[in-house]
Design a protein around this ligand. Structure first.
Ligand SMILES: Cc1ncc(COP(=O)(O)O)c(C=O)c1O
Length: 394
């Protein structure tokens, strides 16, 4: 019997080789060393809790896979998104690096929170462009360590997200355009004012801080490894610029032998990774990134992540806008398993549930299900990357 061709919204990565070792080029992007220690250090932050990894046996049974587990980042730092890890850790790294340079000694998270070195740290002003979540995280990091913060938001970011950023003490500047316009304005003003950009995306000559941001994200992956043995066989991760996917794929690649199958999920109109895979190098999205999935509304990838995602993602897929609400509802109103127990209810936002929307699409298309090697033996990992931040569910 011949296998039907994969649908057009699903593309294999011709560069991905499952036996390729995690090498120096990958370690430059996502350094797996010291992450358990970083997780321990985060314990000094009073708001820090390990987030839950929910098992969804009812959903797994309905989809015909062995297990589905969801890392629930809606609970991160009481903040509502995985992004909390990136901005906070990157701000911490800048300040601790500055103290290290000044005194040739190491400082700690707790010491910086106590503002022990104001002569070194107080003048730092942190800034970033954001579709909302990352800006909130940078604002939270700046607030934690007592620094001024200025966040540039695109036109489409919701008023609730803006309010959440302001609530963390940051100033907000709205640009009359999309995310990329906000990035350009942020870069211009940072250069003019001597502010430190904490960006989650990289560009030519700027990759150290985006790598710090990804180092923050790897903490959630270390938690998953500690929470789940033997771990996943399939990992669906939603991508904007690719920082989250690079951290998840890179860290699991470094830690697991054999590594799981990695699948990148994107909105149709913001398919910069899908297009980059087809082109074999970083490429622009085919659409205008006009999507309800605000966190994924990116037209360009973060180039520093290419050596990880470009070689490790086995498949790239897109989802339709119509796939978002059913996925959010499914998380919110879960189903009973065969044993009669009901899956836990999970609160998600439009970008948060995108991995689930991808899994649902793959499981309701025979050829995609087969191409991805899904079945009763599969253990699927999803990441609910954000909770409900005010987007309506009905
Ligand atoms: C909720 C949410 N999920 C996923 C992503 C995608 O992350 P990245 O841009 O690192 O690919 C973002 C980015 O802002 C986000 O806010």
């Amino acid at each position: 019997m011949t296998t039907p061709p994969a649908p057009l919204w699903l593309a294999k990565n011709p560069r991905a080789k499952r036996d390729l070792p995690f090498g120096r080029d990958q370690q430059f992007v996502v350094n797996p060393n010291g992450i358990p220690e970083l997780l321990e250090e985060l314990g000094q932050c009073p708001a820090h809790r390990v987030t839950p990894l929910h098992a969804l046996p009812g959903l797994a049974g309905r989809l015909g896979v062995g297990e589905v587990r969801v890392k629930d980042e809606s609970q991160r730092f009481g903040f509502g998104a995985f992004k909390a890890l990136g901005g906070v850790i990157a701000v911490y790294n800048v300040l601790s690096g500055a103290v290290g340079n000044a005194y040739h000694s190491q400082t700690t998270f707790a010491a910086l929170m106590r503002n022990e070195h104001p002569e070194v740290t107080a003048d730092y002003v942190f800034t970033t462009a954001s579709s909302g979540n990352h800006g909130r995280s940078v604002a939270a990091g700046a607030k934690l360590f007592g620094n001024r913060c200025v966040i540039f938001l695109p036109k489409f970011t919701s008023a609730d997200k803006e309010a959440a950023i302001r609530a963390r003490g940051a100033e907000v500047i709205r640009v009359n355009g999309d995310y990329d316009t906000a990035v350009a304005e942020c870069r211009k003003q940072a250069e003019a004012n001597g502010w430190t950009i904490i960006s989650d995306t990289s560009w030519e000559g700027y990759d150290s801080i985006p790598r710090s941001v990804m180092r923050g994200y790897t903490v959630l992956v270390e938690e998953i490894i500690q929470q789940w043995r033997p771990g996943p066989t399939h990992v669906f991760v939603q991508a904007g610029v690719g920082g989250l996917a690079a951290a998840v794929f890179g860290y699991l690649w470094a830690r697991y032998e054999p590594r799981p199958t990695f699948i990148v999920v994107e909105p149709e109109s913001a398919d910069c990774w899908f297009q980059s895979n087809l082109a074999g190098k970083p490429a622009l999205a085919s659409g205008n990134a006009d999507t309800v999935m605000g966190g994924l509304a990116c037209r360009e990838i973060s180039p520093v992540t290419w050596p990880v995602i470009g070689l490790a993602a086995d498949w790239f897929m897109t989802i339709e806008e119509d796939g978002v609400l059913p996925a959010r509802r499914l998380f919110a109103k879960p189903m009973p398993s065969d044993s009669g127990e009901t899956d836990p209810a999970i609160t998600s936002g439009p970008s948060g549930c995108a991995g689930l929307a991808g899994l649902l699409r793959a499981c309701t298309d025979d050829s995609a299900f087969k191409a991805l090697g899904l079945g009763k033996g599969s253990r699927v990992l999803l990441i609910n990357s954000e909770g409900d931040l005010g987007e309506p569910l009905a």
